[in-house]
Design a protein around this ligand. Structure first.
Ligand SMILES: Cc1cc2nc3c(=O)[nH]c(=O)nc-3n(C[C@H](O)[C@H](O)[C@H](O)COP(=O)(O)O)c2cc1C
Length: 171
């Protein structure tokens, strides 16, 4: 698929076929796309947890209603002790870097023919506790991965994007 087709065809999948696992080679391609993502000062402070066992997936279900039966969840975190602090001292690269890694993986999933959903509907502290993450790790997002259940289609809002004239200005 061409890049713009991948971008246009990706949608947030909210019902998965739990009996159809993600093939290891596809998962590997998704993780590799995340690995190749740029990060500020190339710090690579992200970490990706691949959650697939029934016990660990149950922990995801205990912190969010948005797994939707996905057989794989990628939990993307960053180490807050290894971020780049921008001039002014008020902002750092942690969330951005992890979000870029996650976006690479989101698009690589679509490219591999997988369905996915970016999930943020959770209390990050509860995720940290459920997955026994270290104190310095911040949870940025969970990426549901799998194959949509039969008949799963994009929600109506997928086709509803503002025109460039509303979101872009030339100066
Ligand atoms: C930052 C972010 C957080 C999101 N969090 C959730 C979520 O917690 N649960 C969910 O079902 N969808 C979530 N979504 C999916 C959005 O609702 C979805 O991307 C949006 O409605 C557009 O639909 P589309 O992805 O099908 O084009 C999130 C998307 C983004 C980008």
């Amino acid at each position: 698929m061409h890049f713009m087709e991948v971008v246009a065809n990706r949608f947030s999948c909210k019902k998965y076929d739990g009996s159809r696992p993600v093939e290891p080679e596809k998962l590997r391609a998704v993780l590799e796309a995340g690995r190749l993502a740029p990060t500020a000062k190339n710090l690579q402070e992200q970490h990706v947890y691949v959650v697939q066992s029934p016990e660990e997936l149950a922990k995801i279900d205990s912190v969010t209603p948005c797994r939707y039966g996905a057989p794989t969840c990628l939990v993307v975190t960053y180490d807050k002790n290894h971020v780049f602090t921008y001039p002014g001292g008020q902002r750092d690269s942690g969330v951005e870097d992890a979000a870029i890694v996650a976006t690479h993986m989101l698009l690589a999933s679509a490219n591999a023919g997988l369905d996915s959903c970016w999930v943020n509907f959770f209390d990050p502290e509860k995720v940290k506790e459920a997955l026994a993450l270290s104190e310095s790790e911040e949870v940025v997002m969970i990426l549901d991965l799998g194959y949509g259940a039969a008949g799963t289609k994009p929600l109506a809002n997928h086709a509803s994007r503002k025109p460039l004239s509303e979101t872009v200005s030339y100066r």
